[in-house]
Design a protein around this ligand. Sequence first.
Ligand SMILES: C[S@@+](CC[C@H](N)C(=O)[O-])C[C@H]1O[C@@H](n2cnc3c(N)ncnc32)[C@H](O)[C@@H]1O
Length: 439
Amino acid sequence: MSMTTLQDTPVLAVGTRGASGTHTALKGDNLAHLQQLIEQGQRYDFVLLDPPYNTGTNRSTYLNVFDGEQWATDFGRRVEASWALMGDDAVMLVTIDERSLHPTLKVLETHLPPHHQQIVTVRHSPAGQAQRGFRRTCEYLIFVHKGAMAPKPRTLGPWWNIIKEGSRSSAGKIRWNSLLKTGQNHTPASSPGCFYALRTDGAGRIVAVGDAEDWQNLSDDSTLIYPVRTDGSLGRWRVGVERARYLHSRGLLRLGRSGTVSYACSGLVDLIDRGDVKIVSYDDKGAAVLADQRNLDELTALPGTLWDAKSHSYSTYGSWLLKKMVPGLSFSHPKSLYAMEDALAFYLADLPQARILDVYAGSGTLAHAAMLLNASDQGSRSTTSITLDDGSFDVLTARLTAALTGTDRLGQAVEGAYMYPDRGLISSGLVGTLQLEPQ
Ligand SMILES: C[S@@+](CC[C@H](N)C(=O)[O-])C[C@H]1O[C@@H](n2cnc3c(N)ncnc32)[C@H](O)[C@@H]1O
């Protein structure tokens, strides 16, 4: 099959802020489309599978009621075909809730070659959805990594509620760690090199680090501090004596008022050595006074496997946003625009020309997120979105047209602004070209 060029395909809309990035909408059963894309030799960097969750709702529009085996068989075929469409270094994202998590993991295990995967729990419904028992607040993003593909740190806004190591947002200041190793079984015998005394003078300054037997002629006001656990038994320190002496020589061991000892962990020492954190003076006990030199707004980080950001609310930034984009059309359970943009950005920030495939595209949240990401970093990532039927195809094309032009299907400017972070009015439009399935 020959490759189709943009000139051969009907263009539906062009972004008011530029035409960068091509977005293709395909209608019909995704398995047939996947097979066609394989025949064409297409390759993608990021593939999303957001299948019907088999919850038994919306039978007519959602094809959502299968017996478990049929669901797994159908889904497995699509997972296999999607894998074949991924480049050597690429990521597959599968989204699912707890009711179908187990069958989904089984499908991935059965239908994919050995791979690295991570499950992220995303709080998509802060208020929770009523169900039998506990309210449902979360669903799962399963990231399947092919080749060397991995998420990369990026700037995370305060809405992520992330504790950044060493940042003012975690403890209001740079963090020193407790020198006492906590937890069971950390006895002097378990790590003899980490059992030693610290000697202090009458003013409460640490003056020496090492075995007390080396210290002759202790003055009356000297005190020896050993690692003593809360139950009174002897424990051990976190670092060996040589490291502790080195930290002490730099003022990076600190004796607190209550007699607890803290130290600068290797991450903090690295920051000091790089000049990101400065020693501005020493306090009256000889401990370094540190000042963070970094612009904390620009710190990059990877979040953990629990995403608890208000920008990921599916009702506010999924359903409600979609209603504004496509007045009069309905679609249930779109993802949060910003959750999808985040998922893309962790993998594709340094791939501005990445190719993205949305296998169960529904309302086209992923393509919209790619347009927003492109507009934000001058990328030209392209997307291919497959929708099943006329209803979802109409929603998808209306939504992506509104995203590009800033004007909805009734000719009204779409209200509201892009957020997380603020990126201007939705009515200003985005970048990209929306084309239909090549004829
Ligand atoms: C969970 S929704 C996807 C929502 C989408 N991620 C969004 O944010 O709008 C699943 C979609 O898959 C579609 N679907 C189900 N079976 C399909 C198939 N065989 N081929 C293509 N789409 C299918 C359904 O119609 C539904 O729109």
